[in-house]
Design a binder for this molecule. Structure first.
Ligand SMILES: [Zn+2]
Length: 252
C-alpha cells in the first residue's frame, strides 16, 4: 500500500497553545493572550492507495485561509494561530500531481472538522465523505464556531457527509471501531480528547501499522506515527520510522 503525506502549507500557534499553560478556562485564556509563536508547523493530510480505491484522510487547509476576512474577526480563537497556504499547496492540485484524480478517491475520511483539516473540502464535491455524527454535531452552526470551528461557514453548500457511528467492536485497546475496507486492513477508531468525535485511521500494512495515536497500541505493535502538525511526519513516513510508545503525543 502506498501512503502519501501531503503537506498543505504551514500553521503557527501560540507557544502557550503548544505547551498547555494552566488549566481549564485559564489555559484557554493563556492560549489566546500569548504573543509568542511556534515555528511554522506542517499541515498534513494523507492519501492511502488501497485496492478498494484511494482513501484520503483529511483535506488540510485552503489558500483562502491566508486572506483577510476569511476567519471571523470577533472570534478570540483566531488570535491564537496563523496559517500560510499557497493555492498549489491545496490538496486538490497535490493529488493531481500524484496522479490521483477525483474519480480515484473511494472515501474521504475526516478525522475531525477543524479548519486546518476541513479547508480543502471543496476539492471533493462528488466523493463520499465520512465523519462521525458526534463530530458533525459538535462542529456545526454557531455553537460549532464558538467551540473553535471558526471556518464552518466555508463548508461547501453541498457538504452532506456520511455520518459514522463506530461499532461496539473492540479493536486492540480501542473500545469501538469501524472496519472501512473489505480486507479489514483499514480501521477507524475513536481518539476523543481533542474534539470528542475525532477518529484515527489505522492502516495495517502487514508487519507494520501506520496512522496511530495511542501508546497502548504502539506498545503492542510496531507503529509509524503520523500526525498533522509534526515537522517529522514526512520523514517518519518515508523511512517507516517506528515510534516509541512514550513518544506518542496528542496532536491537533
Ligand atoms: Zn484540530
Amino acid at each position: 500500500m502506498k501512503i502519501h503525506a501531503i503537506q498543505t502549507g504551514t500553521v503557527a500557534v501560540t507557544r502557550a497553545w503548544r505547551e498547555g499553560v494552566g488549566h481549564g478556562k485559564r489555559r484557554l485564556l493563556n492560549t489566546i493572550r500569548d504573543r509568542q509563536w511556534t515555528e511554522p508547523l506542517p499541515i498534513y493530510a494523507f492519501a492511502i492507495e488501497h485496492p478498494d480505491g484511494v482513501i484520503v484522510v483529511d483535506t488540510g487547509e485552503t489558500a483562502r485561509a491566508s486572506q483577510p476576512g476569511y476567519f471571523p474577526s470577533w472570534h478570540p480563537g483566531v488570535r491564537a494561530f496563523r496559517e500560510w497556504v499557497e493555492p498549489e499547496q491545496e490538496i486538490g492540485p497535490q493529488l493531481q500531481r500524484l496522479g490521483i484524480g477525483p474519480g480515484d478517491v473511494r472515501w474521504l475520511v475526516m478525522t475531525h472538522l477543524h479548519t486546518d483539516h476541513a479547508g480543502g473540502l471543496h476539492h471533493f464535491p462528488n466523493n463520499e465523505i465520512l465523519v462521525t455524527r458526534t463530530e458533525l454535531e459538535f462542529a456545526s452552526g454557531l455553537g460549532g464556531r464558538l467551540r473553535g470551528y471558526v471556518a464552518n461557514t466555508h463548508w461547501p453548500a453541498w457538504f452532506r457527509p456520511t455520518l459514522l457511528e463506530l461499532e461496539p467492536e473492540p479493536f486492540g485497546p480501542f473500545p469501538q471501531s469501524l472496519r472501512l475496507t473489505e480486507a479489514g486492513d483499514v480501521t477507524l477508531v475513536p481518539v476523543p480528547g481533542h474534539p470528542p468525535g475525532q477518529i484515527g485511521v489505522l492502516v495495517d500494512e502487514g508487519d507494520q501499522t501506520v496512522f496511530e495515536r495511542i501508546r497502548a497500541y504502539a506498545a503492542a505493535h510496531p507503529t509509524v506515527y503520523l500526525v498533522a502538525h509534526d515537522p517529522e511526519t514526512g520523514a517518519r513516513l518515508a523511512e517507516r520510522r517506528l515510534v516509541h510508545p512514550t513518544a506518542v503525543e496528542v496532536a491537533a
